[in-house]
Design a protein around this ligand. Structure first.
Ligand code: FSO
Ligand code: SF4
Length: 535
């Protein structure tokens, strides 16, 4: 096996015997094969669209799911991949037949097997393109679950894979062209994040600030983890009136910001921390746990029997269910009723969530006044993921050291490093100093806020007193990074370490062209000084 798609990859080179995440060589090989088949399917799907026809909706949805299933911490179950592979082969053959029927002579497609033929720099950028597509497909999959389907997105995936496989050789091997394509992936991902932002608001209303508790309520309980708010909504609907409380875990915490979900009386609060703590959190939770999407880790035996996965997630020996075909979650409710639930008082803390872009934009004047009267010197945007490594304490140390005249905007699970702290409020504005915009895809909202502030100040977005940090871990953050670059955002700090697929040459180009800055994990205070000097 060889995998270097996430931040924790071994020795910052690649996982070769077994994944640091637990992915075994068998699953890795099946995922490689699946990705390869999706490329092959895309070649024909793109040809079909070029002829003015469309692959089926089933195929479009499949491409989201297939790529989602290969993301970090999504599917570790080798037994689930044959069906993906069969479908990829089936769709590829169906599409191929259409193309060949139309082009009587057929077309021999040369699919290069080894990325090595491109040289390390180009091969790395090609990886960045594919990983960005993976991240983008996960967001698109969430939007489709909410009924927002944009056919252009799978078309773009087909077209991009088609280029990577069969595009003119001189372009395929051209570093500049590949970098431009990577930025195009980012641009398309902005569109996907916007669609997802809209989809959440149409279904669940505009997020609004709220304080939620991590102190559990007495009674039977179900924990829902992952990213998919549509699934959480369905679970809330189906468990309503069934004498069971529903808690969020990990990246589902921002769901409490949506009024459409807060209306459920049994939506009881949040339990636990970020994804990497799930072995402690799930073991301690006295009820069944449903993981809608990533991140899921190989479970401890103590809770394996009460863990359920949905969508493209998979763990061998863990029950998988599909709300769309199965219809209900009575099985999960049954497990909740068989268990004790919370029977005695536990401590907890309050966390403020729900500062979506609208809530912040309504307070733009307050923010601008605070800048003018010296109550606000700088805004720090800390987005992306959390992870197990100690080096991510860089972000905790940084947030801890920010003076009282700063605002912190967060999105994604990176916030779990410091969101339990009371940062107080900003000067006389009444605004909390820590404003959480939501999930990692809500980076879209942060961009909207930055654009609004820049336009009010008659400035370019890069001249704002704002420092942006991306705590990267997996492929969604690759898509987010490419999106920010496509929008011309400069001086993004990336950490805790640079992706293994970015070679020194490519890093130099990104530093020169987009002014990206690798964080200095050992010296957060030095970094902070530089940021206050406006970088
Ligand atoms: Fe985190 Fe996992 Fe949202 Fe990632 S839960 S690590 S970038 O999947 O997606 O922030
Ligand atoms: Fe290694 Fe990350 Fe790939 Fe898992 S997903 S095998 S940890 S690089």
């Amino acid at each position: 096996m060889f995998c270097q798609q996430c931040e924790q990859t071994k020795f910052r080179k690649g996982c070769e015997t077994v994944g640091v995440c637990g992915k075994n060589p068998q699953v890795s090989a099946l995922q490689d094969l699946l990705r390869h088949l999706v490329k092959g399917m895309s070649v024909y799907a793109h040809r079909v669209t070029q002829k003015g026809m469309s692959p089926s909706i089933e195929m479009d949805d499949f491409v989201h799911s297939a790529l989602f299933s290969t993301l970090t911490n999504v599917n570790f179950d080798a037994s689930r991949f044959p069906s993906y592979i069969e479908r990829a082969v089936k769709y590829r053959d169906e599409l191929k037949a259409i193309v060949e029927e139309l082009e009587a002579e057929g077309r021999k497609v040369s699919i290069p097997v080894y990325e090595e033929e491109y040289g390390q720099d180009v091969a790395g950028v090609r990886q960045m393109i594919i990983l960005g597509l993976k991240g983008m497909c996960t967001y698109s999959r969430h939007a489709v679950r909410l009924g927002e389907r944009d056919p252009w997105i799978p078309r773009f995936v087909y077209q991009t894979f088609d280029f990577l496989e069969t595009g003119p050789e001189e372009l395929r091997k051209d570093l500049t062209h590949n970098l431009e394509l990577a930025i195009k992936v980012g641009e398309t991902n902005v569109r996907v994040m916007e669609i997802l932002d809209r989809a959440h608001r149409i279904k669940f209303g505009e997020p609004s600030p709220a304080t939620i508790s991590t102190k559990p309520k007495m009674g039977k309980s179900i924990l829902v983890s992952g990213h998919d708010i549509a699934d959480l909504a369905e679970i809330l609907e189906q468990t309503s009136g069934k004498d069971v409380n529903v808690y969020t875990h990990g990246e589902l915490m921002p769901a409490h910001g949506y009024p459409g979900l807060r209306q459920y009386k049994h939506f009881a609060g949040h339990f636990g921390g970020a994804w990497q703590l799930q072995k402690f959190d799930f073991a301690a939770f006295p009820g069944p746990i449903v993981v809608t999407t990533n991140c899921v880790l190989e479970p401890l035996r103590s809770y394996q029997g009460r863990l359920f996965t949905m969508n493209d997630c998979g763990i061998p020996g863990v029950e998988h269910f599909d709300l769309e075909t199965q219809g209900d979650i009575d099985k999960v409710v049954k497990v909740a009723h068989e268990m004790d639930g919370f029977t005695h008082e536990l401590s907890g803390r309050d966390v403020t969530i729900g500062f979506g872009r609208e809530a912040i934009l309504r307070n733009t004047d307050k923010v601008l006044d605070a800048m003018k009267n010296g109550q606000l010197s700088r805004i720090f945007v800390i987005g992306g993921c959390d992870g197990a490594e100690h080096k991510r304490n860089y972000f905790t140390a940084l947030a801890d050291s920010l003076p009282a005249d700063t605002l912190i905007m967060t999105m994604g699970c990176a916030k779990y490093r410091f969101n339990y702290k009371d940062f107080g409020s900003l000067g006389s504005t009444g605004l909390p100093r820590l404003l959480d915009l939501g999930q990692c895809n809500d980076t879209y909202g942060a961009v909207m806020v930055a654009k609004a502030l820049a336009s009010k100040l008659n400035k370019d977005i890069n001249s704002l007193p704002m420092s942006i940090m991306l705590s990267w871990f997996e492929q969604k953050s690759v898509a987010v990074l490419l999106s920010l670059l496509s929008l011309g955002v400069e001086n993004i700090r990336i950490g805790p370490v640079m992706p293994a697929f970015i070679t020194p040459t490519v890093q130099k180009i990104l530093e020169e062209k987009f002014k990206i800055i690798p964080v200095d994990i050992r010296h957060p205070m030095e970094d902070l000084k530089i940021m206050f000097q406006s970088k």
